[in-house]
Design a protein around this ligand. Structure first.
Ligand code: MN
Ligand code: MN
Length: 456
């Protein structure tokens, strides 16, 4: 069934709402270029809307709003409903980590008078896309005494930026014969950090200059970089894209486009019957591992703490709460790209301007590694979205056996809850700059609000 493009359906009032949500979304992207920055921005926004730290709260009653942040990289928000907690929650989940280059733990070196930071890429990237683009460094450096420096260099107009060099085309005849997967190799994704020798240094004087600057600016020693998490990301702000300004081009839209629309829906929801929950997690891009990834128990523990403060906690009730919950596990989908038509099945693709996308399943090689949502649950979602006049589309990621990918959906499904993959379609997924439709951002936000309000 051919769906009408959302832009043709919006009245003036909705277009105003769309522009506001998209402006706030761009501001969120600019404030959160790492999972840590996202968590602090989410806490800032949540506290301004009446959310409190769960651990600081006493007894919780319906209407109360609390959050739990885990190691400053993952966060869960809860809005207590009037229904019993053990009847389940309506959960919106997304991830806030994005592909990037991480600094190695002994990053600084010098070669032929040029100083570099050595990196190790994080998540799935096409390495050749990361050369000769302006880069910024974000993160933290922690000293042995536990004190911490927060770093962000390359975003302000007056900041310096960084870059990975590429070979000039004039000398590239051999390089251009290579396969795209090795034309730029991971070990060569080192960022150029300096070229000005420090006076009086005999060896590695350019690197010595960098050490001196780190001492001056951050009061850290070179060894402190061992206990740092410094992430190299594309420098610059999220921008409107297209002469008609119908799109957004920005770094990290996978998956902050779903994280932001889920968060905004959560914060803008005034009353709920079923308890509403929003989980925004780290480490999805490397398999949801670690203490801050979805496979960690932090979420289950947070729900146990929540139940304890609501009153009447038992292990059985906790299990019931999770098993009776319903979830939209939101992650980006691959929007149909006419330039690469051969990797898509057009009949099962998603398109710009047609609303958020549901994927019954993700995975690869015969749905391997996916969650597979139940037909009964999909029918309920169709009703909630339909009753609230929210546009949506059903799609798969690309042609069968063209590739594939996973999400956090299957991890939550292990509790026995109803989970579906959903999200927003984007172009150039995992590229330094990704493109999305503003109409889809707005419609996802509307859909998530409808889900929190009406899913039973
Ligand atoms: Mn993703
Ligand atoms: Mn991804």
């Amino acid at each position: 069934m051919e769906k009408e493009n959302l832009w043709l359906t919006y009245e003036a009032e909705q277009l105003e709402g769309l522009e506001k949500v998209c402006k706030d979304y761009r501001d969120f992207l600019d404030a959160g270029k790492t999972e840590r920055e996202c968590v602090s921005e989410i806490i800032r926004q949540a506290e301004a809307r009446g959310y409190r730290n769960l651990y600081a709260a006493e007894r919780l009653v319906p209407g109360d709003k609390v959050y739990v942040s885990w190691m400053e990289k993952s966060i869960a928000l809860f809005h207590i409903g009037t229904d019993n907690l053990e009847d389940g929650m309506n959960i919106l989940g997304a991830h806030i980590d994005s592909p990037r280059l991480d600094l190695k733990q002994n990053p600084l070196y010098e070669e032929s008078g040029l100083a570099y930071f050595d990196t190790h890429y994080y998540g799935g990237i096409k390495k050749y896309q990361w050369v000769t683009v302006p880069l910024a460094i974000h993160g933290v450096i922690v000293r042995k005494d536990g004190t911490k420096e927060v770093v962000s260099i390359g975003e302000k107009d007056t900041d310096p930026i960084f870059a990975v060099t590429d070979l000039l085309v004039h000398l590239s005849s051999k390089q251009l014969e290579k396969k795209a997967s090795v034309v730029v190799e991971g070990e060569n994704l080192d960022i150029l950090i300096g070229s000005r020798p420090l006076k009086g240094e005999e060896k590695d004087a350019a690197a010595a200059q960098i050490v001196k600057l780190l001492e001056e600016i951050y009061h850290i020693e070179k060894e402190d970089l061992m206990s740092a998490e410094l992430e190299v990301v594309p420098a610059g702000k999220a921008r409107e894209c297209g002469l008609d300004r119908s799109m957004i081009m920005a770094y990290g839209q996978d998956d902050r486009i779903c994280a932001y629309t889920s968060l905004a829906a959560m914060l803008d929801t005034e009353t709920v019957t079923r308890t509403a929950c929003c989980i925004l997690v780290d480490k999805e891009e490397i398999g949801s591992v670690g203490a801050t990834g979805m496979k960690s128990r932090f979420f289950e523990n947070a729900v146990a703490e929540l139940y304890d403060k609501v009153g009447g906690y038992t292990e059985l009730k906790l299990r019931r709460t999770l098993a009776h919950s319903t979830m939209i596990s939101s992650d980006v989908s691959a929007a149909y790209d006419p330039n690469y038509a051969d990797v898509y099945d057009k009949k099962s693709s998603c398109f710009f301007g047609k609303g958020p996308v549901f994927n019954k399943h993700t995975g690869s090689r015969g749905k391997g590694g996916s969650n597979d949502a139940n037909a009964e649950y999909i029918a309920k979602l169709r009703k909630v979205f339909g009753d609230n006049k929210v546009g949506f589309q059903m799609a798969e990621l690309g042609r069968i056996d063209a590739g594939g990918g996973g999400t956090i959906a299957f991890i939550l499904a292990e509790y026995g809850m109803e989970v579906i993959d959903g999200g927003v379609a984007i172009l150039c997924m995992h590229a330094p700059w990704e493109i999305a439709s503003k109409a889809d951002v707005y419609e996802a936000y509307r859909g998530y609000r409808a889900f929190l309000k009406d899913m039973k």
